[in-house]
Write a protein that binds this ligand. Sequence first.
Ligand SMILES: Cc1ncc(COP(=O)(O)O)c(C=O)c1O
Length: 355
Amino acid sequence: MTHNFCAGPSILDKSVLNKIAQAYSDYNNTGLALVETSHRTDTFMEIIEGAQQLLKELLQLPEHYEVLFLTGGASSQFYMVPMNVLNENQTAAYINTGTWAQKAIKEAQLFGNTKTIASSEEAKFTYIPKELPTTDGFRYLHLTTNNTIYGTQYRSGYPQVNCPLVADMSSDILSEPRDMTQFDLIYAGAQKNLGPVGSTIVIINKALLGQVDRKIPTMLNYQTHINRGSVFNTPPVMSIYGCYENLKWIKEQGLDNIRDRNKAKAELFYNTVDKLSCFYTTVAKEDRSVMNATFHIKEEAASQAFEELCKEAAIVGIKGHRSVGGFRASMYNALKLESVEALAEVMNQIEAKFG
Ligand SMILES: Cc1ncc(COP(=O)(O)O)c(C=O)c1O
């Protein structure tokens, strides 16, 4: 068994992968593969509408939210959000918790004013800033709920704000039950807890739209995709199908159970790091991510030995992001506890040798 700790694209449950594999050859005994089926057919409309409905159900979204399946990754949302929501003379507030937040700020500056109202840059993004000035008067406040690269996550609620709240939830959406109604816009690349890479999910409170002066290219206008049910142009059919199957899997598991399992995996991992002298993490304890645990090894020789042992144990995707180095264990929904046990076992072996 391969233990897949990749940060994204990342692990999906085998049952979901089997469904996708089957759809590549013959979808539902139609005699056609899904990749050779028109997105204008009833077959595909059932899939995309089913996926939108199920996402609304799992996230308990009220009627005034729209769910869109777009393309371009979460990175495209860095500019689509301000293009659709922020006027040139308005200011959007951002919390700078690292690379992805910084990219979002850079794009927003093309459309209006931005103000970084909190940042953990001075501490190399090892914590989530909690003290915020007033958010009165901002067009919106943007935050990244889980910082995939640094291993920090909002663990004890989100800031109370006096303006619309926008979130990049790419790496922790659907990892636990959460009150989504505090957000006015949420976006996420599919390739972690949602499904296979290729689609980007945007959830919008419709009241946020229709208030900018600029002309917006048709494809980049949220309203286009709302009006056309995410099939204005040819959508990423296979990714959306994979998301639908994965959402069904999440429903079968139950989001409460998923949360409990994710918590158990993270506890096992962090307890192991805290107990062993060879390993450490620089992330503030209260902000440690349940999804992406970043860690380091004190000695170079131990580090090399760790990589070799991981290879032998079929542990993959454990290297840290190239911008920060070290190691990272991504423990998304489909990763089983036994994979974290396998990792802990390797860590214990390193401790026995180098500790
Ligand atoms: C939190 C976060 N935001 C944005 C992105 C960029 O996503 P994409 O590659 O879908 O553009 C990532 C990618 O890992 C991410 O983790």
